[in-house]
Ligand binder design. Sequence first.
Ligand code: DC
Length: 660
Amino acid sequence: MTFLDLPQMISASGNVRLPGSKSISNRALLLAALSDGVTKIENLLESDDTARMREALRTLGVEIDAADAGNWRVHGCAGHFPVRRAELFLGNAGTAFRSLTAVLACSGGDYTLTGVPRMHERPIGDLVDALRQLGAEIDYLGNEGYPPLRIRGQGTGEKKPDGNVVRVRGDVSSQFLTGLLLALPLTGMETTVEVMGALISRPYVEITLALMARFGVPVERHGEQSFTLPTAARYVAPGTFHVEGDASSASYFLALGAIGGNAVRVEGVGRQSIQGDVRFVEALAEMGAAIEMGEHWIRASAPSDGQGLRGITLDCNSIPDAAMTLAIVALFAKDKTRLLNIASWRVKETDRIAAMTKELGKLGARVEAGTDYLCVTPPDAEHPLRAAMIDTYDDHRMAMCFSLAAFAVPLRIDDPECVAKTFPEYFRHFARVAQPAPVIAIDGPTASGKGTVSSRVAATLGFHYLDSGALYRLTALAAQDAGVDWRDEAALTALAAALDVVFQAGRVLLNGKDVSDALRGEAISSAASRVAAFPAVRAALLFRQRAFHRAPGLVGDGRDMASVVFPAAALKVFLTASVRVRAERRCQQLLEKGQSADRAAILSDLEARDARDRDRPVAPLRQEADARLLDTDALDIESAVAQVLAWWKDVRQRDMRANR
Ligand code: DC
């Protein structure tokens, strides 16, 4: 399992070309496959969900080949899949599973449809009930009402006497109605579909109807709940079909613009879009964001009145996916946001109401959830947000929407690759658009004065300060207190992961007790360098260190700031002095405190610690190729601080010139 650590972001700006819409891509693939003729599909989304659909169609005998860059050619089978018996694996692609179930039930043949374990927990009974009315024979191979399924279709030739009215429930997933509508032309009959119960996520049905019309099958509507397919309807390839950008994917970048200040523009969706999720911009605008829109682009930025975002109360029935993005934007508003009518969240990639509540809670946000709603109260001085490790539940939208919370606090996103379901390039776009708080990394050997220099640089710039060595010292101290052996890597790692530590105005509290002086003792110093050689201990302390990476900036001091913890640091300094000078400084410090100092012992102890830090296989102490060397043998603290600040000014000026 991998993770992605995001520092606190301070601004966002730029332009993102959106990948193709998932909903449109999978419908277009299926309709092109069922059509008479060849369809060239442009800007098809390339992601896990569309790969599952493409594989399935190929297994069914449909020829699909790559045309020019990013485009595909589908050779339609005119409603008759060449392969009449097959087993299809559809992963967790709900659009593919529901629509293929309906299409295969109406096309004859003998098929088995399976998915990942979560797919087998997502309901499909309402669709199966509807298809059985048409004479399809469908068996549940696992639990009643859920995939996997065995489907023996009725075939296009046989007509049921009462087959011309089909009833389907619309209040669990709109994909049941979508599947049925897409499949009905294969029966060759004039059929009316009646939706029972309220129809949720209606905009997705609109996408279905728009695509069917494009592929030659106009559907007649009678009011909100009834649809009639013409007699002898058949799909005809439209020649070239262009997939517009994904409106749900757009929501993350538009939210970045609204939260992050400067304008973020997305290309590929706009006023002309047939996707319901473009209405997400109305919600953002209601929260106060500044929105501009063209035919095929949208731009969002922070409220222009300088008043900040406002909380809203919204019925999210028509934008269930993009509404997840609003739950995170809510953290940046002045008052409470209420997202209503989101019961469908419970049957998506995960139970999204439960997942959202739990993970927002880890950030310290105040959340109230019910069967079909979620309320988020933004943080305040008494309820600040805190850095957290976010689980994503194999749900691409959890990963994408939580990345926005990095504008409030540093985060660890677990399993970031889950975005491949619909947006494999998401985090690369995010990194281009969102600007992290800057870091100055100062590494060097023990007793080189880097702690004093680093904390003074931080104070001058108003930045946060991380004394990473203190975390290794704290681990050693906690081990001493708990009677844990300094060679016991597993026990030390557990202690490191669970350290209850507060850094407060230059003091360090461990389990509520001030241990600032205890940390500096010679025995703990020596133990710290032993503890620090264990890879698992270092891994356990990694996120704790990155959680210091907050606005407006950070100065981090240690051994591996530049190499491991903050490899993207804007300025890297290697601060050192000869071991003799360092030993002399250490003696002076002890004498000033009225303690005795044994020069020879201090010198040999420093040499031993240097060797351990330098020669260990993980994160050894060394000067990085892009770090500037600051040798303090002949420099006092003031001069060293002045040099780092001068370098920092350089770096800022260079960045400003580059951005101009
Ligand atoms: O900087 P310091 O002397 O307080 O560090 C104490 C020990 O912790 C040192 O011997 C090496 C280790 N350390 C480390 O391995 N990596 C860091 N980033 C900081 C300290």
